[in-house]
Design a protein around this ligand. Structure first.
Ligand SMILES: CC(C)C[C@H](NC(=O)C[C@H](O)[C@H](CC1CCCCC1)NC(=O)CC[C@H](O)[C@H](Cc1ccccc1)NC(=O)OC(C)(C)C)C(=O)O
Length: 333
């Protein structure tokens, strides 16, 4: 089997990307944030108090003939940005891009934190990290990808995110027309439940390539590219009037400045992914006429995060084991 679904930026800063998902019988429609940085599929629901909702689509299990509550099961999740949600668990039919997972764990929110309430474009998340970090207790559940994997032509999904334009998530196949050149594969360390890998280094504009092992995760659910301070300082020291503005929450640049490209190495054959300078500016920072940089410090997080700023410059293959062990494939586009 194969699936293909269009994913669209939720706002003009490409802060997150949503895609349509159907749940239940008859189908209930949702716009969900596909997140390779977590592993719970959860949705706003009839259990979510009305004062925590703001126009989101809600899942009503009692209206689905295929819904079954997983009795005694619950979930509770908190994310890197401090947001959180929790609730009860059902199994139901979930369809994404023509691909159907029967008996998928659907986590219905009985509470959500303020930032979810205020983000009216997003009805919940589809976690696409490894099922080992799914939060359902006492019986951990599988991600949509793990549920459908046995039926897939190949145990892979791909992310093709774009700047201010519709992109694509494909399941079970690699669309050779979606990228240029060849795909460079690199091993994945999934010991923490993430799509972890080590980049071989970076390059600012046309300066020399700096060899430096940068270990991080490929995370579609994080907006920014979060890297070590030495990399971030090397980049912004090449930008006139860039400043690390704590009131803006990190490095800002003058909005009218043309920024250097930023490249990072993947695999051991010298391949690089190049983020054009135009994608390194995330728009007005909210203070003065400065703009917020797409590259920021991973500082105290404990891992580096190749988020949407990096991923939208690439065609990325999340390969859970076509060659035995999980790997990430990177291609330019
Ligand atoms: C629960 C664990 C098993 C996994 C868990 N994973 C993560 O926290 C990473 C994961 O990718 C989560 C998934 C996101 C949670 C918040 C909603 C959107 C998805 N990423 C995150 O927690 C990182 C949060 C994002 O970077 C936010 C997302 C966002 C966008 C628009 C409006 C509001 C919020 N962007 C964001 O803050 O953009 C700015 C900086 C430009 C304002 C963890 O590591 O703790």
């Amino acid at each position: 089997a194969k699936g293909s679904v269009v994913t669209t930026p939720i706002n003009s800063e490409d802060e997150a990307y949503d895609a349509p998902v159907s749940i239940g019988t008859p189908a209930q429609p949702f716009n969900l944030d596909f997140d390779t940085g977590s592993s719970d599929l959860w949705v706003f629901s009839s259990l979510t108090p009305s004062n925590e909702r703001n126009g989101q689509n809600i899942y009503t299990a009692s209206r689905s003939s295929t819904a079954k509550q997983l009795s005694g099961e619950s979930w509770k999740i908190s994310y890197g940005d401090g947001s959180s949600s929790s609730g009860l668990v059902y199994s139901d039919v979930v369809t994404i891009g023509g691909l159907t997972a029967a008996g998928q764990a659907v986590e219905a929110a009985s509470r959500v934190s303020q930032s979810f309430t205020s983000e009216s474009a997003t009805d919940g998340l589809v976690g696409l990290a490894f099922s080992s970090i799914n939060t359902v207790s006492p019986d951990q559940q599988t991600t949509f990808f793990d549920t459908v994997k046995p039926s897939l032509a190949s145990p892979v999904f791909t992310a093709d995110l774009k700047h201010q334009a519709p992109g694509t998530y494909n399941f079970g196949f690699i669309d050779k027309s979606a990228f240029t050149g060849s795909i460079t594969y690199t091993p994945v360390d999934n010991s923490q439940g993430f799509w972890g890998f080590t980049s071989t280094g970076f390059q600012v504009g046309n300066n020399d390539f700096q060899q430096e092992s940068i270990t991080g995760i490929a995370d579609t659910g994080t907006t920014l590219l979060l890297l070590p301070d030495d990399v971030v300082n090397a980049y912004y020291s090449s930008v006139n009037n860039a400043q690390n503005d704590q009131s803006a929450g990190g490095f800002t640049v003058p909005c009218d400045t043309s920024l250097p490209d930023f490249s990072f190495g993947v695999g051991n054959n010298g391949a690089m992914i190049t983020i054009p300078g135009s994608l390194m500016n995330l728009g007005p920072s909210g203070s003065g006429n400065s703009c917020f940089g797409g590259l920021q410090s991973s500082g105290t997080i404990g891992t580096n995060i190749f988020g949407d700023v990096a991923l939208k410059a690439a065609f990325v293959v999340f390969d859970s084991g076509s060659q035995g062990q999980p790997q990430l494939g990177w291609a330019s586009k």
